[in-house]
Ligand binder design. Structure first.
Ligand code: PMT
Length: 397
């Protein structure tokens, strides 16, 4: 994977984080990319075009006309680019992007472009969670743009929260990864992924199960395989299908069967992602014949299933271990608790309180926690959630 010869436009808008773009431009140029910088008027209040023209070895665009009144052709510039990165992207520019408000040179280039667009927002924490920003980020994603979520940390206001521009290294890796699809970055990596529900038999007719469709796990398996990984996919009962020579599918029914199947492969796994919704309890006795409807009440005694993920955490050697947390209350606290208790490298939280998230939907809304970081994502298709998870893992491997 390389940025050698890639043509990048960096659009800088007016936020304090604009100063970090010095490092990014330097690193892009070092990596062999051709970089052209466009600055909005308010970006010039924070950083100087001279810095960027020196670092990029190219003229910096700030308006439709240069000082000598020569016209800057926004269409030509837009068509030149292999990728447009807007970083930091203010709430204002984000709103212009989603509403087609073309009142400056950056917007004219953006709207003339045919290449992929990557947006790295940065703003104060309350602005970042404002419904308009949330909606605009979702709209930008629906245009096919990629968002590099803002990070947690101290903000220019002195407050601490999510809103900080992603670090230049993160943005660099993200941009680099946009050119790496064909290079199959996960070639040679062995993935173990679980999907779907488990069914715990009560009798030959009935079972205890849950609403998992398996889609999240199958989409993860497909995305990992697309990137070259060799995938063992262990799924509970699900109507999902897969046809990929890099994916070996093992279908199981109960939590105990999933446990047994997982530990056939775990030792030789590089990355394990446990997205299955595993039953915590199973009937103590499974009736061999259909239970008859005799009494007004029926009591089924349940016993605890083994926690597959927790056991994996206990036996972890070099594996990168990812768990999911499906919560309905105290979501973050519970997810962080599972991260520690199960010795995970990453936990992906989805909450049933978020509309469109969790079971059965084609969409999900997730939040990542590692022992040191956290990142929130907007509601998106499960295919795109799988991409976010795989992008994150790729950066960590
Ligand atoms: O299949 P879909 O319809 O697409 O829905 C996706 C999903 C909602 C099932 C998925 O995104 C998800 O959240 N999966 C985990 C559901 C769950 O069981 O969460 P939990 O918080 O109860 O469990 C925490 C983690 O421990 C999970 O990684 C789970 O796989 C694992 N676990 C739980 C119990 C157990 N006995 N063994 C386990 O390994």
């Amino acid at each position: 994977m390389s940025l050698q010869g890639k043509k990048l436009i960096l659009g800088i808008t007016g936020g304090i984080a604009a100063y970090k773009m010095n490092y990014l431009v330097r690193d892009f140029v070092k990596a062999g990319a051709k970089v052209k910088v466009i600055m909005t008027k308010s970006a010039e209040d924070f950083v100087s075009p001279l810095t960027f023209s020196t670092l990029s070895k190219n003229k910096v665009y700030t308006d439709f006309y240069d000082d000598n009144k020569t016209w800057n052709n926004h269409v030509e510039l837009a068509l030149w680019a292999d990728l447009i990165l807007i970083a930091p992207c203010t709430a204002n520019t984000l709103a212009k992007i989603t509403n087609g408000l073309c009142d400056n040179f950056l917007m004219a280039v953006y709207m003339s472009a045919k290449c992929p667009v990557v947006i790295a927002p940065a703003m104060d924490l309350d602005m970042y969670v404002h419904p308009t920003v949330t909606k605009n980020l979702q709209t930008a994603e629906s245009f096919g743009h990629q968002i590099i979520p803002a990070e947690f940390g101290e903000l220019a206001s002195g407050l601490v929260g999510q809103g900080r521009l992603a670090e230049p290294e993160t943005i660099f890796k993200f941009v680099e990864s946009q050119f790496s699809d064909s290079e199959k970055k996960l070639t040679g990596k062995r993935f173990l992924i679980t999907a779907g529900p488990t069914y715990e038999n009560i009798d030959p007719v009935r079972f205890i199960g849950n609403h998992s469709s398996g889609k999240m796990g199958f989409d993860l398996a497909k995305e990992a395989a697309k990137r070259g990984a060799e995938v063992i996919l262990i799924s509970g009962p699900s109507s999902q299908k897969v046809d990929d020579k890099n994916i070996t599918l093992h279908r199981v029914t109960s939590a105990q069967e999933m446990f047994d199947e997982v530990f056939k492969y775990y030792e030789n796994t590089d990355v394990a992602i446990m997205s299955a919704a595993v039953a915590d309890y199973t009937p103590k006795v499974k009736a061999t014949e259909k239970i008859k409807k005799n009494d007004n009440e029926l009591t089924i005694e349940l016993v605890k299933n083994k926690d597959i993920l927790r056991t994996m955490g206990e036996q972890k050697k070099n594996q990168f271990l990812v768990g999911f947390a499906l919560e309905t209350q105290n979501e973050e606290e519970n997810a962080k608790g599972k991260l520690v208790k199960k010795n995970l490298d990453l936990i992906v939280l989805n909450s049933l309180r978020d509309e469109g998230a969790g079971f059965a939907n084609a969409t999900n809304k997730v939040k990542f926690f590692t022992p040191t970081e956290e990142q929130s994502f907007s509601l998106k298709s499960k295919e795109d959630v799988a991409k976010d998870i795989l992008n994150f893992i790729e950066q960590k491997l």
